[in-house]
Design a protein around this ligand. Structure first.
Ligand code: GLU
Length: 462
């Protein structure tokens, strides 16, 4: 069974690069009928925070990628890691190293002076004398001393590391007994049965170290997929200004999670020239072996475009739910579906959608000065008033056509044009001269409220 995981470190928020690898991992597990795990890598007690971990989980909920099993927290698993450190010590595959900080500095200075790579020199590898007093030892693993470590990466193909260039007997547990990053990642991936590790290629140089640990413990090495970074349009590292921000900022900006996921899947993967994918299509088509080898570029306009496509095409009920999160509660509103359908082709993002929806839902409290000056005068107010009298006399009107027919009859009688009436109606309905088709708006606002809103404006203009 394929098991994947997303393993963020809560040093900050969930950012889009992380969300993309999470999405890839999620899709692959779901496609294969496997499992997708969420593991919070919070062993660095100085740099991690509970708030950041909670924020990541919240962002994860927002995008709707469900994970299997409970959320794992590495900070609750120290006993497990200790056991494996001890096992390696017992088997002679790891050892205590008593090199003091001063000795280490001296060693590195010497290596630098000789233009060598700074690395541990193995001085305690075979030590069995009396440990020096006053030094709490770290635990180092016996890494290969020469040769190559290689593996076939699902994205990059064959990757080779020369041991001399990269490895030394690296530390797996600090002097206070706490385990180090590469060690815990490996233990957890192995114990959780992770078969496919999909992660950013900033982790590529960790992989040979992790392979040393897998081998020392006799664990099966998973398949790795190292995904190239997302760059800005200039080909540089993505900065906050370019879009490298907390995933929840995208929510604040009015992006739908569906749109964000669709945007992210295409950053680094494609399926012909298709741009819009439902989640089930993503699952059907995605394969991590098809991830692009080269880095992808962030494109803000494309994200906006995808967002508008999703706003247009999402089921009305879903949009009604989302609007609530943006402050417009349509749950009690009889014509909620009509209202949403009226606006969904016009909204650029959910903030705008919510503003437009609430301006139709609620009686205007104030009127846009410019629109008032431009469109309201004695004549247009008289026409508006005449229309209201027609409505009052007509009895309940419901459909767009009902309102339209009454208006046309009146305009014909008075020899006026639709534009003479449409803008004053808009101002009465939503407080400004911008709205969807005016009779659609009237139908959604509803007969009684229409009359009331026109009266409000007329009263105010007396
Ligand atoms: N915790 C690591 C990070 O947040 C990811 C580890 C991994 O995917 O192997 O960058």
């Amino acid at each position: 069974m394929v098991v994947t995981r997303f393993a963020p470190s809560p040093t900050g928020y969930l950012h889009i690069g992380g969300l993309r690898t999470a999405l890839y991992s999620y899709l692959w597990a779901r496609k294969c009928g496997g499992k997708f795990l969420l593991r919070i890598e919070d062993t660095d007690l100085k740099r991690n925070s509970k708030e950041a971990a909670d924020a990541i989980v919240e962002a994860f909920k927002w995008v709707g990628l469900s994970h299997d099993e409970e959320i794992y927290y590495q900070s609750l698993r120290f006993d497990i890691y200790k056991k494996y450190v001890q096992q390696l010590l017992d088997e002679g595959k790891a050892y205590y190293c008593y090199m003091s900080t001063q000795e280490k500095e001296e060693l590195y200075e010497k290596q630098k002076a000789n233009k060598e790579r700074t690395r541990y020199d193995g001085r305690y590898r075979d030590f069995n004398g009396t440990p020096p007093a006053g030094v709490e030892p770290v635990v180092r693993i016996k890494a290969p001393l020469s040769g190559e470590i290689s593996f076939v990466d699902g994205v990059k193909g064959e990757v080779k590391f020369n041991v001399q260039d990269l490895l030394d007997d690296f530390v797996i547990a600090r002097a206070d007994g706490t385990p180090l990053y590469n060690f815990v990642v490996t233990i957890d991936d192995a114990l959780m049965g992770v078969t496919d590790v999909i992660r950013g290629d900033d982790h590529l140089s960790n992989t040979p170290k992790q392979m040393v640990i897998y081998e020392a413990l006799g664990f099966k090495i998973p398949k790795f997929y190292h995904v190239p970074m997302i760059l800005n349009p200039q080909g540089k590292k993505l900065s906050k200004r370019d879009g490298a921000m907390d995933v929840m900022e995208y929510k604040k900006m009015g992006y739908l999670p569906e749109a964000l996921l669709n945007f992210l899947i295409r950053l680094g993967w494609s399926h012909g020239d298709q741009e819009i994918f439902s989640l089930s299509e993503m699952q059907e088509f995605f394969d991590p072996n098809d991830i692009n080898k080269s880095a992808s570029a962030y494109n803000a306009q494309k994200l906006e475009w995808i967002n508008t496509q999703y706003i247009k095409s999402l089921p009305t009920k879903r949009l009604i739910d989302v609007l609530k999160e943006y402050g417009t509660d349509l749950s009690e509103f009889e014509k909620a579906e009509d209202l949403v359908n009226l606006l969904k082709d016009r909204a650029k993002d959910m903030n705008e959608f919510s503003l437009m929806a609430s301006s139709i839902l609620n009686t205007p409290k104030e009127y846009d000065e410019q629109a008032v000056t431009k469109f309201l005068n004695k004549e247009s107010l008289e026409l508006l008033s005449a229309y209201n009298e027609v409505l009052k006399a007509s009895g309940d009107l419901i459909s767009t056509q009902d309102f339209e027919i009454k208006a046309k009859e009146l305009l014909e009688m008075q020899g006026k044009k639709l534009k003479d009436l449409a803008q004053p109606i808009r101002i009465a309905m939503v407080g400004n001269a911008v709205s969807p088709s005016v009779f659609d708006v009237l139908s959604v606002v509803g007969y009684k409220n229409v009359i009331q809103r026109i009266d409000n404006l007329l009263d105010r203009s007396k």
